[in-house]
Ligand binder design. Structure first.
Ligand code: SAH
Ligand code: SF4
Length: 437
């Protein structure tokens, strides 16, 4: 979602004459878009600010002013402290305030002091963003839902992103149509809990649509070849969404469905409001609907009170489900969350050992999943040139990167590829003699 938000900041800034640059020495403004989800990401902000400050100082020596801004969830949570800790920061704004950028910049240019905008505005950010998106390439993110009301005991999202909010269907459809008109063929619908989506239906009436209904609607748009969504919560995986996996060919057979832990005790302490067996039963229903679906998840090891037996239950769940890929993290105590106050915190070395064991198992499964694709013919949407001469990189339906050596101009095209080799994170293959579209 931070990638999406950063792209939208570019859209907001472009009418003011700003354009993105890869070279910090050339920048008139630097925006650090930050993540607060774990301590490591959060702490990185300060070291990165120290690094970027040098570019600002260098420009100041030459008589030029650089605006240094911090955006995102660390800005939201620690705005005041950040201003104190890093005097070079001119502007701090939260994830619900970046549509205010033109006013904030005008204030900065009028030298009205340092600027802090971390309110959750009453008005809807999405109503104020430019309709046009300046994306390049055949794939794009599209935020449809933000915030969260679930309050898992470890998580800062409900505090930093605010209450759950769904964009109206018509607004999403308009953004999707514009993306497709600009050459996008694959859209990933985004939300902190994307399947909790309940957006205002198009046309008159007071009904709301769920994610399953929205997916069926968007799939009817000509030129949209692929749809994905992330991140989903097991409790919001309803029958309409599961049946979309069976019926909608554009919906890719890949599902990121985090469980966090395989132990019911831990799930309860986390306030996840489901058991491990409820999750297993859900996966069975999803696989009945779409047998080749690639499953992905998030796991947290070392949540307060997690015993050896609890951790073993997580390992067993992974063995039972088998994942195509997954993200796993050591529990990180976050300020203001209930779990951070728990007394039975797990020692760092136990967390480290559990994470290593879990990741070893997940990597084995990931390699196996990829290996099973060898000799299969799969459709690939090509996105960008590879590192080597003549190499192009695309994505499989199951989200792996696929490397192909071919001189034809394949970027933005879809083609069938026969998989010849598999690594942990990617596949390699040869272009088949099928029509390229
Ligand atoms: N809404 C999604 C997850 C969003 S946060 C869900 O409920 O599944 C993304 C991931 O970050 C989480 O799934 C979790 O695995 C991880 N995460 C969040 N807070 C964390 C913390 N305090 N410590 C470690 N990992 C955390
Ligand atoms: Fe965080 Fe997801 Fe739980 Fe919401 S449902 S509090 S985003 S982990």
């Amino acid at each position: 979602m931070n990638v999406y938000d950063s792209e939208r900041m570019v859209d907001v800034l472009s009418p003011l004459g700003y354009a993105p640059t890869d070279d910090p020495a050339a920048a008139d403004m630097m925006i650090l878009n930050t993540c607060h989800i774990r301590e490591k990401a959060s702490e990185k902000v300060y070291s990165e600010l120290g690094r970027l400050k040098q570019f600002k100082e260098k420009k100041a020596e030459e008589g030029d002013k650089v605006i240094m801004a911090v955006a995102g969830c660390v800005a939201q949570a620690e705005g005041d402290e950040m201003m104190k800790r890093q005097p070079a920061v001119d502007m701090v704004f939260g994830p619900q305030a970046y549509h205010h950028l033109p006013e904030l910049i005008a204030k900065a240019e009028r030298q009205e002091g340092r600027i802090l905008d971390t309110d959750f505005p009453v008005e809807d950010k999405f109503d104020h963003l430019p309709a046009t998106r300046l994306t390049a390439g055949p794939t794009a993110f599209l935020s449809i839902q933000e915030g969260c009301d679930k309050f898992c005991a470890f998580c800062v999202v409900p505090y930093t992103r605010g209450a759950e909010f769904s964009r109206p269907v018509a607004q999403i459809e308009d953004e999707a149509r514009r993306l497709i008109a600009s050459g996008v063929r694959e859209i990933t619908l985004l939300g902190q809990n994307v399947n909790a989506y309940h957006g205002e239906a198009p046309g008159a009436g007071l009904t709301v649509w769920t994610l399953g209904r929205l997916i069926r609607h968007l799939a009817d748009i000509d030129g949209l070849d692929r749809l994905r969504y992330t991140t989903s919560h097991p409790r919001d995986m309803d029958a309409e969404l599961i049946s979309a996996h069976a019926d909608v060919p554009q919906l890719m057979p890949y599902l990121h469905l985090p469980i966090q832990s395989g132990a019911d005790r831990v799930l309860q302490a986390m306030n996840r409001q489901h058991t491990a067996d409820m999750y297993r039963a859900l996966i069975d229903r999803i696989r009945d609907a779409r047998p080749d679906i690639a499953m992905s998840s998030d796991f947290i090891v070392g949540f307060p009170g997690e015993s050896d037996a609890d951790f073993e239950a997580t390992m067993q769940l992974v063995r039972d489900v088998t994942y195509a890929q997954a993200f796993s993290f050591k529990y990180s105590a976050r300020p203001g969350t209930p779990a951070a106050e728990a007394e039975d915190q797990i020692p760092e070395e136990v967390k480290t050992a559990r994470l290593a064991a879990l990741q070893a198992l997940l990597v084995t499964q990931q390699k196996q999943f990829n290996h099973n694709l060898i000799d299969q013919v799969i459709p690939v949407l090509f996105e960008k040139p590879g590192r080597y001469e003549g190499q192009v990189i695309g994505r499989s339906p199951y989200l792996q990167a696929v490397h192909v050596k071919n001189d034809a101009d394949l970027i933005g095209k879809m083609a069938y590829v026969k998989v010849t080799a598999a690594q942990q994170n990617s596949l390699a293959g040869e272009l088949c003699d099928y029509p390229v579209s």
